[in-house]
Ligand binder design. Sequence first.
Ligand code: SF4
Ligand code: SF4
Length: 379
Amino acid sequence: MQFKELGKTGKMVSTIGLGCEHLDRKPYERVKEVIDEALNHGVNLLDVFMPGDEVREFTAKALGARRKDVLIQGHIGATDINQQYDISRDMPTVKKYFEKLLRLFGHIDFGMLFFIDSEEDFKNVFETEFITYAEKLKRDGDILHIGFSSHNPVTAARVIETGTVETVMFSINPAFDMLPAELQNLDQVEEEKRGEILRGIDPIRANLYKLCTRKNIGVTAMKILGAGKLLSPEHTPYEKPLSLNQCVHYALTRPAVSSVLPGCQTVAEMQSILGYFSATDAEKDYAPIISSVKNDFAGSCVYCSHCQPCPAGIDIAAAHKYLDIAKLDEKNIPPSIVSHYTSLAASPANCTACGNCEKRCPFDVPIIENLKYAEKLLR
Ligand code: SF4
Ligand code: SF4
């Protein structure tokens, strides 16, 4: 297992976690075996969004004494009215559901303001008792950090700018990243129009990831497989389906992403995801597939590392991540970004302009020119 710090929370999270929602309505034995498999391989981050009593109880029981070894993302406002999951901002209902979660897990490590996608969601959380409730939970030690979940990059950026949250759970996969900000899933795009619409990484989404890095907001990724559509020859928007390893790698190579939280409902599914750690670089390389759609954003780095290896040992994707963040506001570059850049194992200053990387980049990024600019800005 690999671990990464989750933004400014200071918590080290496993880069692969477990989204427990697919354990809903499964027998206890199944919940236990999936959780055991995850924990036995070092998973230490569990997303418990599910509002149902039974699945929450089974999850807590399966953890048992190992509750202390894991970090729980629990959602404030996730409810199930009439057996259907729902978003609630009605405070008695919100409190009832969250307090049940607290009773089962003792405390919640990351108390997530649930599902803030629209302007209305924003107002219903930040201009009501909802946010004061979350802040009180934090003051009382019932939650250790405040986060939120969202699928909308515009609203997510707005929430981050409030300064209240330390982490975000966001839907991340290459197809979503190519959708315009106002669309949040592939079903909103007619199949025959997908090739036209998926033309490159949407700049608003790219800016959200940069904003998170700049403000040190930890990102956990949901929907990394696009509900399985990206793996399906029938439903993929690309020429070929992506593999599991490529989807995991894509999400983990977005700036600020610390962990992916796939929903696994069997031990075999958990094992397949964990297979990422033994995959080769070639098996993880998503660039050839996502570059198969017409790319209107040619010239922008997607941090895929398809350009490696560099004879000078430069981590080209990492250098571009820091450069892109610095370019957001060149006069106020965060010191942490300068420090990360200058600590790269091989300095971009050592680029010999051999051009090998540019020949390999499927996105026509002017790497040599960019590295020179990075040196100017960041050293
Ligand atoms: S041009 Fe520079 S960055 Fe690219 S492969 Fe050559 S030395 Fe490495
Ligand atoms: S420069 Fe090109 S190949 Fe290299 S990480 Fe960026 S997009 Fe990928």
